[in-house]
Write a protein that binds this ligand. Structure first.
Ligand code: AMP
Length: 281
């Protein structure tokens, strides 16, 4: 595995791959790697000749200074995990290296950014799009892999790719969960023992809401039920639960057979913000 810290090193490594006309799969991450990230690396390895992974805590996608400061960082452990999962090239630049040209680009996502994370995390998706676009231009992979845990992010990246005519296939990958159902996240290490014990309630509640869907309840009724369940649990503070069309991300009130519908949640446990997702159709 080659570890590149500068763009020049990355470009040299990628040029050698391109010369051999090898298919490249790319996994962008912010490090603190866990089984969720590893599942993306494994999938990229199965579908490509070469796997490139980036490890970069992107400051411009954080809209909360405390979250950026406390974001877990352990690059030696990350590199060792990536090596075990047969990653070929790692790009782990410093902030100065990534933003030698100041990140002033502006992207527009229309209605996709008017819901859920968009209004609550101003500038977040633009920060994500800037870093992912720059990484795509440096690496030029055939496919790029993203987790469905960040469901809205996938829609945003797909739009950025389509609007800018970038010839990269975006591959959504299923959420990897801990043994008790909690979606694995780099932020889970910040939960107290008690919060960690209670956190699987998120997935359990969303999973239970599928039986209401099977009983024919409306999206509004299911949303109200989920909100009510969380109100009973003082360890959680609900930020949003939205039941949305899986392509437009606009909230729906009625289910229909011919479109995909998902529920997306953000809740706080103390000062830790957790997100998850549940598919209905
Ligand atoms: P992050 O390092 O949090 O920016 O995540 C990098 C990528 O890993 C994103 O595409 C995430 O959606 C994905 N990811 C994070 N957690 C999981 C998980 N539990 N299962 C699957 N993918 C995940």
């Amino acid at each position: 595995m080659v570890i590149c810290k500068t763009r020049a090193e990355l470009e040299a490594a990628v040029a050698a791959v391109r010369q051999k006309k090898l298919k490249t799969g790319f996994v962008p991450t912010m490090g603190a790697l866990h089984a969720g990230h590893c599942s993306l690396v494994d999938r990229a390895g199965k579908e490509n000749d070469v796997v490139v992974c980036s490890v970069f805590v992107n400051p411009i996608q954080f809209n909360n200074a405390h979250d950026l400061e406390t974001y877990p960082r352990d690059s030696e452990k990350d590199f060792s995990l990536l090596e075990q999962h047969r990653c070929d090239i790692v790009f782990a630049p410093s902030v100065g290296e990534m933003y030698a040209e100041p990140p002033t680009e502006t992207y527009h996502f229309g209605d996709l950014e008017k819901v859920m994370e968009g209004p609550r995390r101003p500038g977040h998706f633009n920060g994500v799009a800037i870093v992912v676009n720059r990484l795509f231009r440096m690496i030029k992979p055939n496919k790029a892999y993203f987790g469905e845990k960040d469901f809205q992010q996938i829609a945003i990246i797909k739009k950025m790719v389509a609007d800018n005519h970038i010839p990269i296939e975006i591959i959504p990958c299923p959420i990897v969960r801990d043994h008790d159902g909690l979606a694995i996240s780099s932020r889970n290490v910040r939960l107290t023992k008690e919060q960690r014990y209670l956190a699987p309630f998120i997935h359990k509640t969303l999973e239970s809401s599928v039986s209401l869907f099977n009983e024919g309840k409306s999206a509004d009724e299911i949303k109200a039920w989920v909100m009510q369940e969380f109100k009973k649990e003082p360890a959680f503070e609900m930020e949003y639960y939205e039941i949305v069309d899986d392509t437009t991300l606009q909230p729906i009130s009625k289910f229909s057979a011919n479109r995909g519908i998902v529920g997306c949640i953000a809740v706080w446990m103390g000062d830790v913000r957790l997100i998850d997702m549940q598919r209905y159709v």
